[in-house]
Design a protein around this ligand. Structure first.
Ligand code: SF4
Length: 682
């Protein structure tokens, strides 16, 4: 296969190319890899997988947890093998699973121990190695290498890694070269820094050795707990593989240490979904600090979005089955006016508190409530105290309220403004707090008269096409209007691509008006809606687009009620996960595995309960001292298991308290937060 438009001479042109199409869903064609009886890559279905959290020496416990995951739909089961002992026990686990009738391929997860990898590769169907610690060690040291010294290190890796490649070749075992942002080696960090380029190079060094041995059963991953870093690294990896080899190996997608609950699901959906939208990804794992079988429904909901989107040709047939969505392709062959490998927020002018340096605003849609009362505002962060005649406002209070045509009969909290249809707006008294929203067609009418401060103009980025003369007129009017905020939505099945296409048009025409993204879901459950919003909006946020968001809901099943509190929480969760607007504490917690020596789920819940009011503080909760400190990325504070009943506390990457008893460790963590002025009383 070949990527379209690839022109090796044009650097700028190549910068755009990390996927088959930027304007419609097309899977990136990758090499086919066999893992036991399972085939992935080259257009095969996107495989879902998870990892056990039991002690690998507990054969029956691991087998039973694996079976729960398989029954939930996991197509691969990863099990940690920290030493030779565990690697050897994989044989007992595999035999017991096969005896019970389960043939799902097993993946051995290896860090630091080539000996364990070489044993496991003879037993299971796939081994995962981390190029950051397979040969190199990590001591957080900066080491200066001359080119010759650097080459010597690469030769050392070749010497140590080649035996594993040869075993895999001999036994028909597949391999994942799994780079983690948090565990890049000191060598890579010294030369490339803590960057997507370093992540890609770390994997490429190993991949080159595998290819030199004519071994191609390789899958790659570029995980990070920061979806932005992770997305840039995968894009760059695809581009680098194509540049160097003219072909691409399958991609395993995942966001590491995503945490649990709603936040973990949002973060994973943004990172994984952004790449899936562009057709990247052959297998996915959603890492949650929960029981591993609970990861599978999230994986399935993510993958399901693409079942009917294979290509425009397929979509013509399947469109009838897709609710209210049109399937025409977005105008293809765009040249991106932005760099998809580096984050930069789109340049805009500020209109009131929207755009420019303002954080993206949240618009709550309460238009379905017949008569909005002060009680209804509770769900969007405003609680009215009638005795004091005061509003209490939370950090996750919506900035605007869309009411359709309703004028409210109570005084609004100071920071809240109302968006109302233009027709109704003309009759409202309070023009300081109420602003009109209208269709682009109405806005273009000669006798249009709107607010002198903000007018919200609704544009369906699909319905008009892009070469239509109407669009030019609209863009030109918007460009010269210091009151116009664009509200972009799309009725296209490829909604993200269609909205992104419109951003390209805005950029090319130097239209600097702020843009609100309206994402509508017609999924039948809030779980699916959460994924839908996270993917659609997250993908645009990661490319620097968006000055505000509004989540809409049109459930096909009328029995489902919109949970406005959850919608508001999802909106702020998306902005936080994309690091666009920080409104709460951030938790970076690993999913736990056979190395974990304490109940990570229970501990995470305990820490969350006492720290969830610390807006902007990043707290890592990691299961083991071997990988935890490296993997906790850019956390401000770390709570890391360092032995049975023992916790080591970190400030950034520095150890501040070693082996604290776990029964007092949460209090010690609070003490540490206080010491560093990161604590406020709840
Ligand atoms: S950090 Fe967590 S998931 Fe990673 S190896 Fe340690 S215990 Fe396992």
């Amino acid at each position: 296969m070949s990527l379209p438009l690839q022109d090796p001479k044009s650097k700028n042109h190549l910068m755009q190319l990390y996927c088959e199409s930027l304007t419609e869903y097309k899977r990136l064609s990758t090499r086919e890899v066999k893992i036991g009886d399972l085939v992935l890559g080259r257009g095969h279905p996107i495989r879902v997988q998870t990892m056990t959290t039991t002690d690998t020496m507990d054969t029956i416990g691991t087998v039973e947890q694996s079976i729960r995951c398989i029954e939930a739909g996991s197509e691969l089961i990863r099990i940690t093998a920290p030493s030779k002992r565990e690697a050897e026990n994989l044989l007992n686990i595999k035999n017991e699973l096969r005896r019970r009738g389960y043939i799902t391929p097993i993946v051995a997860d290896i860090h630091f121990t080539p000996n364990a990898a070489e044993i496991a590769a003879r037993i299971v169907e796939k081994v995962r190695v981390n190029p950051g610690n397979y040969v190199d060690k990590k001591k957080f040291e900066i080491i200066e290498y001359s080119d010759a010294e650097y080459q010597e290190e690469i030769d050392r890796i070749r010497e140590r890694f080649t035996p594993l490649v040869k075993i895999c070749k001999q036994y028909g075992t597949a391999m994942r070269i799994g780079t983690n942002h948090g565990s890049l080696s000191d060598r890579i960090m010294s030369r490339y820094g803590d960057t997507p380029v370093g992540m890609v190079e770390s994997a490429m060094e190993f991949l080159r050795i595998a290819r030199d041995e004519n071994y191609h059963q390789v899958v790659l991953s570029m995980k990070s707990s920061n979806p932005q870093v992770m997305v840039h690294a995968y894009r760059l990896l695809v581009q680098t593989m194509f540049d160097e080899f003219g072909e691409c190996y399958p991609l395993h997608l995942g966001v590491t240490e995503a945490g649990d609950g709603e936040d973990g699901r949002i973060k994973s959906s943004i990172g994984i979904g952004t790449l899936l939208e562009d057709g990247l990804g052959d297998t996915i794992r959603v890492s949650l600090t929960e029981d591993p079988e609970l990861e599978i429904p999230v994986c399935k909901n993510l993958v399901k979005r693409y079942d009917c989107r294979q290509s425009t040709a397929d979509s013509q047939q399947s469109a009838a089955g897709i609710k209210n969505l049109k399937s025409e392709p977005v105008l293809p062959n765009i040249k991106l006016p932005y760099d998809p490998f580096n984050y930069q927020r789109r340049e805009t002018v500020a209109i009131d508190n929207i755009g420019d340096k303002h954080v993206p605003v949240v618009i709550a849609d309460l238009s379905k409530i017949e008569k909005i009362t002060t009680e209804d505002l509770k769900s969007i962060g405003y609680t009215y105290d009638a005795n004091l005649d005061k509003w209490n406002i939370t950090d996750t209070a919506a900035d605007y309220l869309f009411t359709a045509s309703q004028e409210l009969d109570f005084a609004l909290p100071g920071t809240l403004k109302v968006i109302i249809y233009h027709k109704a707006w003309q009759n409202v008294r309070d023009k300081e707090k109420y602003f009109p929203i209208l269709e682009a067609e109405q806005y273009m009418e000669k006798n249009f008269h709107g607010s002198s401060r903000i007018n919200f103009i609704m544009v369906d980025s699909f319905s008009r096409g892009y070469s239509h003369p109407y669009l030019n007129q609209l863009l030109s009017k918007l460009k010269n209007d210091p009151t116009a905020v664009v509200c972009l939505s799309s009725t296209n099945k490829n909604a993200m691509q269609s909205i992104r296409r419109m951003f390209v048009e805005l950029e090319n025409n130097k239209v600097r008006n702020p843009v609100i993204i309206i994402s509508d879901s017609n999924d039948d459950s809030m779980n699916e809606s959460l994924i839908h919003y996270s993917v659609e909006i997250g993908a645009l946020l990661l490319d620097g687009f968006c000055d505000g968001i509004c989540l809409g809901h049109h459930f096909m099943n009328k029995a489902i009620q919109t949970d406005q509190r959850l919608m508001n929480s999802i909106a702020f969760g998306i902005l936080q996960a994309a690091r666009s607007r920080i409104s709460k504490t951030e938790y970076i917690s690993c999913p736990s595995c056979g190395r974990t020596l304490f109940d990570l789920q229970e501990t995470t819940a305990r820490i969350r309960a006492v720290t969830n009011h610390l807006k902007g503080v990043k707290i890592a909760i990691m299961g083991c001292i071997v990988n935890g400190p490296g993997e906790m990325a850019d956390a401000d504070f770390g709570y890391v298991g360092s032995g049975v009943g023992k916790i080591t506390l970190y400030k950034g990457k520095e150890i501040v308290k070693r082996n604290v008893n776990s029964d007092v460790a949460v209090n010690e963590l609070i003490g540490l937060l206080k010491e560093h002025d990161a604590w406020i009383e709840p």
